[in-house]
Design a binder for this molecule. Structure first.
Ligand code: NOJ
Length: 768
């Protein structure tokens, strides 16, 4: 026995020595239980004239010296001041992590994520995220709550503006790119920040499009549609994940042990931080699964949520729960270790102030390079929806121009929701951009006329008179920045406020009219909008909005964006998305007793992937490497795309795949590849993709991934309605290996079983 003890001690000595050397283990060994739980608490801060203070809106206050992270400090001065308070005022001098919602830029604002998704350009998204990280880290921000990777198929939901739209494949490619962009090269690079994939999971499936609402969806849809972008983020090495406010099929996500611990940690091997959403631990009470605040802490923590944001159930109740054995000390230590490890990796134990750098802040923010990148991103995000005749591009001497709509001069709309530390006054409005672009002497008259936030029309007689005297009308219509985003769902998706009345006045004049749309979601564009000969979707484009809009309107840049979300004709069609299943009576059939409406056409107004150009592209038929292959072989698909117009332009070549007959129903087509190419006038380019078992696979009726023998149709073209197709056969059926790591025994069948389809869909475009 003594021998046994001695050998055990000997064996442990190196480990003890290691613990002494490792600052994380050394700290853990010294920390009290309360200090540990402090590291698992995150508080919001507000800034006051005398400096930053803990947000009074959060519940019972705790000293900042006892928390592990704060949300909301956004300047080098604020972060340094708070860090000093904590490092000097706490017993163990553990530095804070500073978190902030850096979604689409910091001081330089890039297009909102839905707009960037319209560029279909993961490399561009990575570059904008990198630039945002460079700026934010200089102000001392270590951690962003981005990217938002929620698939969204209901434009009533206000948060569609924050994500990549309706498709898991495009969403996965952008999720990975954004994670790489924010996180950069990783420590010790001082511009590297922690990224957070949010909101895990199916937040976009909120019933009725009402924010925070329940999601009740099938296991198949969860696996095939909502999980893939998260798995792509995990595969890209994302540092943190935030559960969503909603419940999924009866289990609030902040209590979802099977998905948080089972799937994320055990199966996918995620080792980063799980941070709650704002107050969401406490909200397990109103959600009806916790009777007391202590229960909310116990349920969320034991499900796997490491850090509680804003509410203070952990601080108030975890110590007792640990002391009475309801929560294990080991699980607390594991969570604290993850927090401390993140701090160590960022180099904060060596220098707590290394990120808060006023000189770097001055030198790195809103630089000409970042403005140029913002302009490039904005140009590529614009989608030309309509251009009848030859109205666009405009001449730079267009005669007298009337610009109408309050959005034309609304700088805060340019930067959109979640604009980081962006300042509206540093952004170029559409009006300013037009003025910058026209030839000297061109008369531009501006009249607001109507605003999205008010039913009143201003000076309509003057608008009408001026319109009749003008050669060209440019109406800037849509939504304000506040009309989309968190808690800003809408039930009506038309032009809000007095904009319709303004539009009919303009249409009545018969003058050439260009509508520039600014909005955070697909809108329902009614008959009057469709009467305008030219329609440009510009979303919220960020700091360089006006310049980029002018670049496209005047033809200095050829528009190339494609819609990442379907535009419905009518709210009653929602949810509407291209990758739907067929029915036994497809609407495209003979029309009687088909799956359609009797009052509104069934197809969307503008399909997923749609966008026009000032030039024209012609596609060859797809050429396949073979018409028949085995399940383990790779299929080469090649098309030749020719620019048949007179202008150079970018085209986004899209590849979709349909499994013609399978043991379970499949979407009518799924995006499996895309490529942005540039073609000079008359130039042809061949574009190739390769498809493999990951693309052919499905989850069978037992959710087992496999490739099934049979026919497939591949479509390659300019949008999701293309009929440019070829057919091939897979000759054998094959089961595929299970994705992820070990399968935890505690998981329910559906969460524990094979999830490789999720991996499969997560492939980014580079692979194709
Ligand atoms: C609530 C939002 O749901 C989340 O996306 C955001 O990161 C947090 N608030 C913090 O601002």
């Amino acid at each position: 026995m003594p021998l046994h003890f001695a050998s055990l001690l000997l064996a442990c000595l190196p480990l003890l020595a290691l613990a002494q050397d490792d600052p994380v283990e050394r700290l853990l060994a010294q920390m009290t239980l309360e200090e540990k739980i402090g590291q698992l608490s995150q508080l919001g801060i507000q800034t006051t004239p005398t400096g930053p203070v803990i947000d009074q809106g959060t519940q019972t206050q705790m000293p900042v010296t006892l928390v592990g992270s704060v949300l909301g400090a956004s300047t080098a001065q604020q972060t340094r001041q708070l860090q000093e308070q904590v490092v000097n005022g706490s017993r163990l001098h553990i530095p804070l992590l500073f978190a902030y919602d850096v979604l689409h830029g910091f001081r330089t604002v890039f297009p909102v994520p839905l707009a960037q998704a319209s560029a279909w350009d993961p490399d561009l998204a990575q570059r904008t995220a990198r630039a945002a990280a460079v700026e934010a880290t200089a102000s001392g921000v270590h951690w962003t709550f981005a990217p938002m990777v929620d698939v969204a198929r209901d434009p009533r939901w206000g948060r569609v503006v924050e994500g990549a739209g309706e498709d898991p494949f495009l969403g996965s490619a952008l999720a990975a790119a954004l994670v790489h962009g924010f996180q950069g090269a990783g420590a010790p690079d001082v511009s590297s920040m922690l990224a957070t994939a949010k909101h895990f999971v199916a937040y976009g499936a909120a019933e009725g499009g009402r924010d925070y609402n329940v999601a009740d969806l099938s296991e198949r849809t969860l696996r095939e549609v909502y999980l893939p972008p998260f798995q792509a983020a995990v595969a890209a090495g994302v540092d943190a994940i935030m559960p969503s406010f909603n419940e999924v099929a009866g289990i609030p996500m902040h209590r979802h042990t099977a998905l948080l611990t089972g799937l994320l940690r055990k199966q996918w091997g995620f080792t980063g931080l799980l941070v709650s959403d704002f107050n969401a631990v406490w909200e397990l009470g109103p959600q009806g699964i916790a009777a007391t605040a202590a229960d909310t802490a116990r349920l969320a923590f034991t499900a796997g949520v490491d850090i509680e944001m804003a509410s203070q159930s952990y601080r108030q109740h975890l110590p007792t729960l640990v002391r009475n054995g309801q929560v294990s000390r080991k699980s607390v230590d594991d969570a604290v270790r993850r927090v401390l490890t993140a701090k160590q990796r960022l180099g904060l134990f060596d220098d707590p102030y290394r990120y808060s750098d006023e000189a770097r802040e001055r030198a790195s923010q809103l630089t000409p390079q970042h403005r140029a990148l913002a302009r490039e991103a904005a140009q590529k995000s614009i989608v030309l929806l309509k251009n009848s005749g030859t109205l666009l591009p405009l001449s730079k001497q267009p005669g007298k121009v009337l610009v109408v709509g309050s959005l034309a001069s609304d700088a805060s709309a340019t930067i959109g929701p979640w604009a980081g530390a962006g300042r509206a006054e540093e952004s170029v409005t559409v009006l300013q951009g037009l003025r910058n672009a026209v030839a000297p002497g061109t008369e531009i008259v501006y009249l607001p006329g109507a605003s999205p936030s008010s039913p009143h029309i201003q000076d309509i007689k003057q608008v009408e008179r001026t319109a009749r005297e003008s050669d060209l009308l440019i109406a800037v219509l849509g939504e304000t920045a506040e009309q989309s985003g968190e808690a800003h769902s809408r039930a009506e998706l038309g032009l809000p406020g007095g904009q319709n009345a303004l539009l009919s006045t303009l249409l009545n004049t018969g003058k050439p009219l260009v509508i520039v749309l600014m909005n955070g979601r697909p809108l329902v564009l009614d008959e009057s909008v469709q009467q305008a000969p030219a329609l440009l979707e510009t979303w919220f484009l960020g700091s360089e909005t006006g310049n980029a809009v002018a670049d496209v309107l005047f033809g200095d840049v050829n528009p190339s964006g494609k819609l990442p979300m379907t535009f419905p004709r009518h709210v009653g069609q929602i949810p509407i998305y291209y990758a739907h299943k067929n029915t036994g009576r497809p609407p495209s059939g003979d029309g009687s007793y088909a799956s359609a409406y009797i009052d509104v056409p069934w197809p969307p107004l503008y399909p997923f992937g749609f966008g026009l150009s000032y030039t024209s592209f012609v596609y060859s038929s797809p050429r396949l490497s073979s018409p028949r292959l085995t399940s383990t072989q790779t299929l080469g698909v090649e098309v030749t795309v020719t620019n048949t117009g007179k202008r150079a332009g970018d085209e986004i070549v899209q590849l979709y795949l349909r499994d013609d007959v399978a043991s379970v129903t499949r979407p009518v087509r799924r995006l499996r590849g895309f490529r942005r190419i540039h073609l000079a006038p008359g130039e042809s380019r061949s574009v190739s993709f390769s498809l493999g078992q990951q693309d052919f696979a499905l989850l069978d009726e037992h959710f087992s991934p496999k490739v099934e023998a049979g026919g497939f149709t591949v479509f390659v073209g300019p949008d999701s309605t293309t009929t440019n197709q070829a057919h091939f056969e897979v000759s054998d059926t094959r089961r595929l290996p299970i994705a992820g790591q070990s399968v935890p025994p505690a998981l329910p069948n559906w969460a524990a079983e094979r999830l490789s389809i999720i991996c499969l869909q997560a492939r980014n475009s580079e692979a194709t």
